[in-house]
Design a protein around this ligand. Structure first.
Ligand code: ZN
Length: 475
């Protein structure tokens, strides 16, 4: 999330600069002032920072492999320096072909497929030229993304959950897959704190810790959408979730608000009927805009998408929305034990990143990075661990009650090995006390005493309390 006040001021500044450029300095060309680089698992993104708009063209040359970027109407404002280790780039040179046309030549270890586009100024940056160098599919071994040691807090070893006595797992029972999405990344830093804390770094650290914890839970496996400091368009994130066969998608963010006093964590689930509150609508707008900041190159939500989304939602959303709200509520109540809550219930908003109707999805705003106190907490590894612990606990509680068929957790539940807290049961026509006792794997005597029943006669619609199962629960 980003603060609108900040964005507004930045826009005013940008407009002011434009005005100067046009009226006072009309004949001067755009300057290329710097280049930034992000390495993703399958591509390298170069972002040239410009003082104004440019025309450009990109082409490749072979023997040796090179990429040529012609930037028309521009001169070099400062030397171009990037750290290109772990990328296909070996060197970068530039020359002024004419007084107004700049050529940048990139020497390559191997051929790449380039894609380029320009971006208009936004809250963080001015005009930019983005050149993506996609690794060619033939290159079998992908170059690993750089691990940005400076911005990612090391994850110290913490005690895992106390061991639970579990029966041996039967063969062929699959793990529940949780896909964890660290918001923003690369060119899109997300919100920022007063001491330079950046949302993209904080949420990656929390996501990594959450992955570690979930992988420590038997019957669960966690995957990350991004593993380093690079941008993935919002649609790409849910696509990854689908490819990994996600049973749950958890997107991790940190909030910002125009008021520095705003604080607390929130949990969002996708709404099929608009946002539950103005705040939710505003949040969804800003988060969705990051697709543009990150430079996916086109608008994320055009009318066609809205219609398609609507149809998909009508067809299949109800079940997973209910699940999303359910898992969201469990995560929220666990988070409430480690940090103040911004809202006491799960908010609903139309986040693009949650538009995955077939996969229950939640978005966790872990706190306000715009609040100085919460920003320093969010950057502390002990707090990151506590947040991750509360999310993993909520996820485990949800799946212990709602395990997908064919999973190890479903097998555990069906063989009565999972402890459960008290639940309510509404008596259906034809149900007897004995049937209900069997269904919940408690004894009829336990049901009788838990509900102060004098006889075994039940009324249709009567609500029974199902006591927790005898196996001690650590929740
Ligand atoms: Zn965010």
């Amino acid at each position: 999330m980003m603060g609108s006040g900040m964005r507004f001021r930045a826009m005013v500044a940008a407009v002011g600069m434009l005005f100067l450029a046009v009226t006072v300095d009309a004949v001067a060309e755009t300057k290329v002032n710097s280049v930034r680089l992000w390495r993703a698992p399958d591509n390298t993104r170069l972002v040239f920072d410009l003082t104004g708009p440019v025309q450009h063209s990109v082409f490749t040359l072979t023997s040796p492999d090179r990429l040529v970027i012609d930037i028309n109407g521009a001169t070099l404002g400062a030397p171009l320096n990037v750290n290109a280790s772990n990328t296909p780039i070996t060197a970068m040179r530039s020359a002024q072909r004419t007084p107004t046309d700049l050529r940048v030549v990139i020497d390559l270890k191997k051929a790449v497929t380039p894609k380029s586009f320009t971006l208009a100024p936004n809250a963080q940056y001015g005009n930019r030229l983005v050149v993506d160098l996609f690794d060619n599919a033939a290159d079998a071994a992908p170059i690993p993304p750089p691990t940005n040691v400076a911005t990612v807090a090391p994850v110290p070893v913490t005690p895992v959950d106390p061991p639970v006595k579990l029966p041996p797992a039967p063969a062929g029972k699959r793990d529940i897959i949780v896909v964890i999405d660290a918001g923003h990344g690369g060119e899109d830093p997300g919100a920022s704190g007063s001491r330079g804390q950046r949302e993209k770094d904080v949420v990656l650290a929390i996501a990594r810790e959450l992955q570690r914890q979930v992988n420590g839970m038997k019957g669960f496996r966690a995957e990350l959408t991004r593993t380093g400091d690079y941008f993935i368009p919002l649609r790409g994130r849910t696509e990854i979730a689908r490819k990994k066969g996600a049973d749950l998608f958890v997107s991790i963010h940190a909030d910002a608000a125009p008021s520095a006093a705003a604080f607390g964590a929130s949990v969002f689930a996708l709404s099929d009927r608009g946002a539950t509150s103005e705040t939710a609508r505003w949040l969804a707008d800003s988060e969705n805009r990051s697709d543009l900041i990150g430079g996916a190159g086109n608008v994320s939500l055009d009318d066609k998408d809205r219609m398609l989304a609507g149809v998909l939602l009508d067809l299949s959303m109800t079940a997973s929305l209910t699940s999303s709200l359910n898992v969201g509520q469990k995560v929220l109540s666990n988070i409430g034990r480690v940090t103040p809550l911004h809202k006491q219930r799960v908010e609903q908003a139309g986040f693009m990143v949650l538009k995955s109707p077939d996969i229950p999805s939640i978005l966790v705003e872990t706190g306000f990075i715009s609040n100085a106190n919460e920003a320093s907490k969010l950057a502390a590894s002990s707090h990151q661990q506590a947040l991750a612990r509360s999310i993993s606990s909520g996820v485990r509680q949800f799946f212990q009650q709602n395990p997908p068929p064919g999973t190890y957790i479903a097998w555990l539940r069906d063989s009565g090995k999972i402890a459960q807290g008290p639940r309510d049961h509404r008596v259906n026509p034809g149900e007897t006390l004995a049937m209900i006792a069997v269904r919940y794997q408690v004894s009829p005597a336990t049901l009788r005493s838990a509900n102060n029943l004098k006889s075994d006669e039940l009324k249709i619609g009567q609500t029974l309390t199902i006591p927790g199962t005898e196996l001690a629960s650590k929740e």
